[in-house]
Design a protein around this ligand. Structure first.
Ligand SMILES: Nc1ncnc2c1ncn2[C@@H]1O[C@H](COP(=O)(O)OP(=O)(O)OP(=O)(O)O)[C@@H](O)[C@H]1O
Ligand SMILES: [Mg+2]
Length: 554
């Protein structure tokens, strides 16, 4: 803060020393002190910037961890309603905005505040008369600043929302690029994305106009102030009220204060932006999942047998409450038995599995395991206890080894022998070993670098590693070729041994293997029994399914 003042002194020294003759000595002395002051100031500034940058990054990190943690803990229904792109946008853009605002921005803001106060103080010290001229412009300028800040807060929320919408489009289309390409929709999708992005630009245009008007008028006001100071100061010099050095110092302070005021307003508008983004973030962080994942009873491993019961279940998906999937469904699966669930497409077979995993809670009725309502059980325990091979198994974009061990509670303790064993039992070892990188082969996003049958066998190995008491198999509807079909089938049969199994079946072979067959229709189990007994019902549902070839005769 003393810089302009000292500069003023330097100038005055030069002026007065010219008369007294010891110019060089005085000048040297003052300049030496100033150089030291500048070096110290520079170091302090560097330290400030470093600390602020780092703490900003740390805050963004923690914020991201909190947001990501909260997102993953939400119940499945939340993801039915919320688009991925929107969540990604909050995770990346909103957190960055907040992180910047509460660190660097606050530091700049504090610096500007101190600079303004000290600058104004020094202005009064140097020349109270001139200072009062300058200060008349402060009230109108701060009014404009406040209005501008409010506007920025409002528009930021809209910009972030529009940005999220465009991220949604980009995320979905890039994530499913094969479908986009298969339908030759690249141009359409580009257009669609451009439309979403155009909304952002339009909003940005409004923001820019406001910003332009604001900073334009600020600059003009600043120049007018400088001009009036020059005018007033000139008058005062005429009457010898002020020295050249004082006037110069004053001018420098005026510039300084003006610059800091500019900093203060941008601090204010950034803060308003962050408030817009923060409200969206806390909404997410504070959201309590309807099915909390880590509360509830954890039974001891030895005490569980694995008898499953669905009792009078009524269920509609939360995102589509008017469509009743189950109206009155009861099904009992004794421990250690295999039950095949059949039914036409869309009858709710996969939904049955989601209820067993407690991805959704039934609206009425209950699901019990060994007589205990699964709502009382710890969902994370439940989901390690129930192994699944889903209809369209999804792998992660890591190595085959990591995908197989994904099922284990602690992947790092799984020995390679165990992994090989699991792969072997899943009939996956041969094709894995045929890859040059073997178990280290990376499978691509969602496992796209593997065939459907290979993906399924890896998913079976993944379920095997988990060694679950209860197994939920959702057979793929798409028929594999006969060979990989029988390989998958064989692997599944091995997987079923010694477990309670619910298999959602489309193939006669699987169905005939089951101890009992349950036929799902119109939201309830309408028939249950052995293959022979169900085929014996003349106009039975099961018979119709077999005749209509909904069940594949392989
Ligand atoms: N996440 C969801 N949100 C809303 N409705 C859903 C959801 N998932 C499935 N549905 C609906 O619930 C019904 C049952 O679907 P489900 O996936 O259980 O059928 P499915 O018997 O497994 O069919 P398929 O044999 O074709 O796999 C369908 O009408 C479907 O449209
Ligand atoms: Mg299904």
């Amino acid at each position: 803060m003393a810089v302009p003042y000292s500069m003023g002194r330097v100038i005055d020294t030069i002026y007065s020393a010219v008369e007294q003759g010891n110019l060089i000595d005085n000048l040297k002395w003052i300049c030496k002190i100033l150089v030291v002051v500048f070096i110290v100031g520079g170091c302090a500034n560097a330290g400030r910037v470093y600390l602020m940058q780092m703490s900003g990054q740390r805050i963004v990190n923690r914020l991201r961890n909190a947001v990501f943690g909260s997102i993953l803990k939400q119940e499945t229904a939340f993801f039915d309603k919320t688009r991925t792109g929107e969540l990604i946008n909050r995770l990346s853009a909103d957190t960055a905005l907040v992180g910047y605002a509460v660190t660097e921005n606050i530091s700049d803001g504090l610096r500007s505040t101190v600079a303004v106060i000290a600058g104004v103080g020094m202005m009064f010290y140097v020349s109270p008369q001139l200072a009062s001229i300058v200060l008349t412009v402060v009230p109108p300028i701060s009014m404009i600043g406040i209005l501008y800040g409010r506007y920025v807060r409002k528009i930021t929320k809209r910009v972030q929302d529009a940005l999220a919408k465009s991220t949604e489009v980009a995320e979905e289309k890039i994530g499913n690029i094969r479908t986009v390409k298969a339908f030759a929709k690249e141009d359409n999708e580009c257009k669609r994305y451009a439309e979403k992005i155009a909304i952002v630009v339009n909003l940005a245009k409004q923001e820019s106009l406001a910003k332009a008007a604001f900073f334009g008028s600020m600059g003009m006001a600043g120049n007018l102030v400088v001009l009036s100071v020059l005018y007033g100061g000139g008058m005062m010099m005429e009457s010898a009220h002020i020295t050249v050095g004082d006037l110069s110092a004053f001018m420098l302070y005026t510039g300084w204060v003006a610059m800091s005021l500019g900093g203060l307003t941008s601090f204010y508008s950034e803060l308003m932006k962050a408030i817009g983004a923060t409200s969206r973030l806390w909404e997410l962080v504070d959201r309590k999942p309807e099915i909390a994942i880590d509360v509830g009873h954890v039974p001891t491993a030895a005490s569980v047998l694995g008898a499953i019961k669905f009792n009078d279940i009524q269920f509609a998906y939360p995102s589509r409450l008017d469509v009743q999937v189950f109206s009155n469904l009861s099904l009992s699966v004794p421990a250690g038995s295999i039950t095949a669930v059949v039914g036409s497409s869309g009858s709710g077979k996969s939904t049955l599995g989601s209820l067993l995993l407690r991805l959704y809670d039934p609206n009425q009725g209950s699901v019990t395991i060994d007589g205990e309502d699964i709502r009382n059980l710890n969902p994370q325990w439940l989901r390690t206890y129930v192994g699944t091979v889903s209809q369209e198994p999804i792998l992660f974009s890591c190595s085959i080894r990591d995908n197989i061990t994904y099922g284990a509670a602690d992947p790092s303790v799984i020995s390679i022998d165990k992994i090989i064993q699991a792969a072997k039992e899943a009939n996956a070892l041969d094709f894995i070993q045929s890859f040059p990188d073997g178990f280290e082969t990376v499978v691509g996003e969602r496992g796209v670098m593997l065939s459907g049958g290979q993906r399924q066998r890896i998913a079976i190995a993944r379920a095997l590693i988990k060694d679950p008491k209860i197994l939920l198999l959702d057979e793929a509807t798409s028929a594999l070729d006969a060979e990989s079909e029988s390989l998958v089938q064989e692997a599944l049969e091995r997987l079923m041994i010694g477990r309670t199994v619910i298999t959602i079946a489309h193939r006669l072979s699987t169905i005939k293997n089951a101890d009992t067959i349950a036929v799902l229709n119109n939201g309830a189990i309408v028939e249950q029994g052995s293959y022979e007994s169900l085929m014996a019902i003349p106009s039975g549902m099961f018979r119709k399914l077999v005749e209509k070839q909904t069940i594949v005769a392989r």
